[in-house]
Write a protein that binds this ligand. Structure first.
Ligand SMILES: Cc1cc2nc3c(=O)[nH]c(=O)nc-3n(C[C@H](O)[C@H](O)[C@H](O)COP(=O)(O)OP(=O)(O)OC[C@H]3O[C@@H](n4cnc5c(N)ncnc54)[C@H](O)[C@@H]3O)c2cc1C
Length: 393
């Protein structure tokens, strides 16, 4: 059986990994000109972590994770206003760069990745899918998978315009990484954040004297600005703390990641022999903090269904959606509720959040809080992770 996967992110690569191990002939096409490194820090836990363990990635996860032990909120002078310590023995959660996780999976994928290439046209028949690529070549495959992110091209071609599926969560997000050994030392291996109503910036040190920063801007308009770096300078320029140094280093896209914060909600995830995977059909947003994990879990569930398809490929794709969707809907609901805590819209909510954090730092309470509501980079509080077994048949 032949599969073409559009998008070599965490979802597409994980699916390639699993499909080739159950005997499929797999090819990936990726719009970027080369493997996408870096990006931003993610908290990786829950069902995707279990899938990564199954894939034998645990030792590499342990090597590449960052030991982020504290989350600090700071004021404009950099003075902590509240903080939360992670218990040292917290297991099965790794803070690491999105790109490091993707590279780890890519390292064990044998399928070829055709870079600077996308899908241009899709024609379906009962027995297969004919796909024209942007380089003009054609592929005849049994299955086409759109793992090409929240703004999926495959989804647009097969299911229609993205405005039908995209739920805008009222924020823009930006992230970049730069090298500054002195600042990296000052920020340290802890997650530091400054929030004022409607704006949040987080920073953490990376190995090699680097610093990673994440910005969240409340904006009623989902349209992306023409010059995102100029918008960051305009909105964050007078917030003090480390911002002058950080904004001086702000690159232009693609080194500057800038996007709307969105969720994708769809009633169907497949049509005939075309399926969607990861953010393309189930984006939960950074507010839910589970997207990479859910993408890997979905790749595993999809492979599980395809292995048992017994000639009925569309049926297997429908079962894959039925297994995943309740958990995704639940995670999306959680993410929407969390928006006002991660990027508080008002001063009183910032004070309320700091109050909760201070309470959490009392002996005994912290452990309880962190166990039941896992702290994460940028997510501050997320709920107890879903277990893979919940996605069982
Ligand atoms: C700031 C931020 C913080 C986050 N924090 C967390 C976290 O703490 N924990 C967590 O689990 N998740 C987190 N997430 C979510 C997580 O990063 C995503 O859910 C996950 O990476 C989705 O993977 P994906 O492969 O589906 O999509 P993507 O990562 O978007 O990958 C899609 C791939 O397809 C390619 N592509 C796009 N368009 C085309 C096209 N037309 N043709 C060919 N290729 C194309 C892209 O270049 C990319 O390589 C966070 C996200 C953000 C933005």
């Amino acid at each position: 059986m032949k599969a073409l996967i559009c998008g070599a992110g965490i979802a597409g690569l994980t699916l390639a990994w699993h499909l080739e191990r159950v005997g499929w002939d797999v090819e990936l096409v990726e719009r970027a000109p080369a493997f996408r490194e870096g990006g931003y820090m993610i908290d990786f836990f829950g069902p995707g972590y279990e899938v990564a363990e199954m894939m034998g990635l645990r030792p590499r996860l342990d090597d590449l994770r960052y030991p982020i032990s504290t989350i600090n909120y700071v004021d404009r002078d950099g003075k902590p206003t509240s903080s939360l310590k992670m218990p040292p023995d917290i297991d099965r959660i790794a803070s690491l760069l999105r790109g490091d996780l993707a590279r780890m999976i890519h390292g064990d994928v044998h399928a070829p990745v055709r870079y600077s290439t996308s899908v241009d046209e899709v024609e379906q028949a009962d027995s297969g899918v004919s796909v024209r690529l942007t380089d003009g070549t054609r592929r005849e495959v049994d299955l086409l998978v759109g793992a090409d992110g929240a703004h999926s091209r495959v989804r647009e071609l097969v299911f229609g315009d993205e405005h039908r599926f995209l739920r805008y969560l009222g924020h823009h997000v930006a992230a970049y990484i730069f090298t500054d050994e002195d600042l990296s030392r000052r920020v340290g291996m802890r997650y530091q954040m400054l929030t004022v109503p409607g704006l949040m910036i987080g920073a953490y040190a990376l190995r090699g004297g680097r610093v990673a920063v994440l910005f969240l801007r409340r904006d009623p308009d989902p349209a992306l600005p023409e010059d995102p770096a100029a918008v960051l300078r305009r909105d964050y320029g007078d917030l003090g703390w480390i911002l002058p140094e950080v904004l001086d280093r702000c690159p232009s896209p693609p080194e500057l990641y800038y996007d709307q914060v969105t969720q994708i909600e769809m009633a169907e995830w497949s049509r005939g022999r075309v399926a969607l995977l990861g953010d393309a059909c189930q984006a939960v947003s950074l507010f839910a903090g589970h997207g990479a994990s859910m993408a890997m879990a979905a790749a595993w569930v999809l492979t599980d269904e395809l292995r048992g398809a017994d000639g009925d490929l569309p049926g297997a794709l429908a079962r894959y959606r039925r297994r995943m969707q309740p958990t995704i809907a639940d995670t999306q609901r959680f993410g929407r509720g969390f928006t006002r805590w991660m990027a508080p819209p008002s001063q009183w909510r910032i004070r309320a959040r700091d109050g909760i954090m201070r309470l959490a730092s009392l002996p005994g309470v912290n452990r309880l809080l962190v166990n039941s509501i896992t702290a994460g980079s940028g997510t501050l509080i997320t709920r107890r992770p879903t277990r893979l077994e919940r996605l069982g048949r």
